[in-house]
Design a protein around this ligand. Structure first.
Ligand code: ZN
Ligand code: ZN
Ligand code: ZN
Length: 216
């Protein structure tokens, strides 16, 4: 596998985080401690070569008896000029502060993260602009619905699926009546809009739900 990057070393946070894993049926397992990374220092092989090709991690030589001996080198870890330094907490902070949802332009929140991508390998963007092309979970669904063909009489590339010539939107394979009803419901939400907080479209909030859930 071609990979010019290898971790030279890591600095971990000196106090641990406790994770409390649960089984799928809800039983608590023993708590586990782990030490999140504060700094990761990568060594980037020069010229885009694979790790260890130029800055050797080990060499082999034959000794007097003809046996092969391995010798390990550590100097590559200190090649400051080949370092690529990554600070995971800053990346997380950047995401939290700067990233906006591509659909509603709303911010990232712990309870409502902006972390759904519609492309495998989207553009990285400049760090001061936050990560582009990310959505809130439910905004992602609404955005997809807006890109879905919901024509009553579609003219599709293939039998009932593919690009529709009538609306230029895409109709996925195996669309059911139920799913189409949900797509239409989400298409009724205006561009950039969101669903009401309880997941239903409720035009007239009842006294109990009014206030509180608004500006979150
Ligand atoms: Zn090096
Ligand atoms: Zn959103
Ligand atoms: Zn269509």
């Amino acid at each position: 596998m071609h990979d010019p990057l290898v971790v030279a070393f890591e600095i971990r946070r000196p106090w641990p985080r406790v994770s409390r894993p649960r089984t799928s049926d809800g039983r608590a397992l023993a708590p586990q401690l782990y030490w999140p990374r504060l700094v990761t220092v990568w060594h980037r092989e020069p010229g885009g070569r694979d790790s260890g090709e130029v800055c050797k991690h080990h060499t082999r030589h034959q000794d007097a008896t003809g046996d092969w001996q391995w010798k390990f080198h550590w100097a590559w870890r200190l090649h400051v000029h080949h370092w690529k330094v990554q600070i995971p907490p800053l990346q997380e902070l950047r995401r939290r502060i700067l990233t906006r949802c591509a659909w509603c332009n709303g911010p990232h929140r712990k309870s409502d993260p902006v972390n759904v991508s519609h492309s495998w390998d989207g553009p990285r963007g400049r760090w001061w602009r936050g990560e582009p092309g990310l959505y809130h979970h439910d905004c992602s669904g609404i955005a997809s619905a807006h890109n879905t063909c919901s024509c009553v009489d579609p003219v599709t590339e293939y039998e009932g699926s593919g690009r529709c010539a009538r609306c230029t939107r895409y109709r996925p394979y195996g669309m059911t009546t139920d799913r189409m009803a949900r797509v239409r419901e989400m298409q009724a939400i205006p561009s950039g809009g969101r669903r009401a907080a309880d997941g239903e479209q409720t035009p007239t909030p009842t006294p109990e739900t009014e206030g509180g859930t608004r500006h979150g």
